[in-house]
Design a protein around this ligand. Structure first.
Ligand code: SAM
Length: 379
């Protein structure tokens, strides 16, 4: 099994390399309007934004920054297939301008755009991101009424283009069954509040890229890709940054394309590739170990599970999980300039049986070293 990945350094407002209706899933996080670290980028797109900020015309600045993003959202609408899903990680902004503190509701503005474009909004996830910053409480302290509620969450907005996707061909149906996730993962992942994802360290001086990467944690696109696509699908991130979505697509047997306007981020992606096979395979091992632990506890409380996954020879709760397969990454190859090929292992005898896993594994000890051959192989 192989997947293909392409990094394009360019403006996602014109994704000329992508045909209409060629993308199954978008996972992305744009620059956040009205957050100071992104002012320069937005001002570079439209000089009026700089003027609006200088004259404290915050309403105009907010609207003009979103107009820059709207151009990308229109392209997203063009390239997504009917039935395809778009997941957008976005935070609101708080800012004091000309002595006036206020909230800029980026999530609401993006929802309005997507509804106007004709997408159906699906229930969103609130990503709870507690902060320990000493200045997290703002305003008048212990004296009412001018203290402000702390923003400690971001959104993962979820939209679908038209009616839900149908799977009619036998091969597609088989790929879908193989792409299942465990019952207990479903229960956590499809909860509307995610407490368990920690942010990613922001410092990023290397490569001449901006000094804060604004990267989201690997687990965020990893989950969303499992939730809303099947193996072999095409995943797009129009605001690729350090490449987290592409890495997660590589780790999950999906193809991907990413647009990034800042050329320095290419080096950042290249630097991460050698570690990807080990990281992807550790993730698989960790999930299997967690499931083994889940089965042990569940058996103790409720007796034997009804169904059996034949790939891993392990009990599962539902019939939908019997073909579930988490393909290990064998190698990454540089196929062409900025194009990568990922070779994945098929289901086969190298997968340890339940008995072996139970003997070796606890949730903590299953993180094995990657086998030989799980290396970046360039040619
Ligand atoms: C919030 S960051 C994305 C971070 C990414 N999720 C990660 O994990 O590294 C937004 C990225 O979009 C890029 N960007 C902004 N406008 C763009 C555009 N019009 N086309 C392509 N990329 C753009 C920025 O340079 C920045 O790297």
């Amino acid at each position: 099994m192989e997947t293909h990945h392409q990094l394009i350094i360019g403006d996602a407002a014109a994704m000329k390399a992508l045909d209409d209706k060629c993308v199954d899933l978008v996972v992305t996080s744009p620059p956040y309007p009205m957050i100071e670290m992104w002012d320069a980028l937005f001002e570079g797109c439209n000089r009026k934004i700089g003027q609006a900020l200088k004259t404290n015309d915050t309403g105009a600045a907010f609207e003009l920054m979103h107009a820059v993003l709207d151009a990308v959202w229109r392209e997203v609408h063009r390239v997504v297939k009917p039935g395809g899903v778009v997941c957008i990680n976005i935070g609101d902004a708080t800012r004091t301008i000309d002595g006036r503190f206020r909230l800029y509701a980026n999530h609401a503005r993006i929802i309005a755009t997507f509804i106007a474009l004709g997408f159906d909004q699906l229930p969103a996830v609130i990503w709870r991101k507690p902060t320990n910053a000493p200045n997290k409480f703002m305003g008048s302290g212990m004296l009412p009424p001018s203290a402000y509620v702390t923003l400690e969450h971001e959104y993962i907005l979820i939209f679908r283009k038209g009616a839900k996707r149908e799977f009619n061909r036998p091969k597609e149906k088989a790929r879908r069954r193989q792409s299942a996730y465990f019952w207990e993962e479903r229960n956590a992942w499809f909860s509307d509040v995610w407490y368990d994802l920690v942010g990613t360290p922001q410092s990023m001086k290397r490569n001449g890229a901006r000094d804060r990467s604004a990267a989201f944690p690997f687990e965020l696109p990893y989950r969303l890709i499992h939730m809303f696509s099947i193996q072999g699908d095409m995943v797009l991130d129009p605001f690729l940054g350090t490449g987290t979505t592409m890495l997660a697509a590589m780790a999950t047997g999906r193809c991907s394309t990413g647009y990034e306007i800042e050329p320095a981020f290419k080096t950042s992606l290249l630097q991460q590739l050698p570690d990807l096979p080990a990281m992807a395979n550790e993730m698989v091992e960790r999930r299997l170990a967690r499931h083994t632990e889940f089965v042990r506890e569940r058996r103790q409380r409720k007796g034997d599970l009804k169904h059996h996954n034949h790939v891993y020879d392990m009990p599962v709760i539902t019939r939908q999980e019997v073909d579930l397969f988490l393909a290990p990454v064998r190698a990454i190859q540089l196929a062409d300039d900025d194009c990568f090929k990922v070779v994945l292992a098929p289901p086969g005898p190298s997968i340890p049986a339940e008995k072996e896993r139970n003997e070796n594994a606890t949730a903590e000890t299953t993180l094995r070293k990657p086998a030989k051959g799980h290396q970046l192989k360039m040619f």
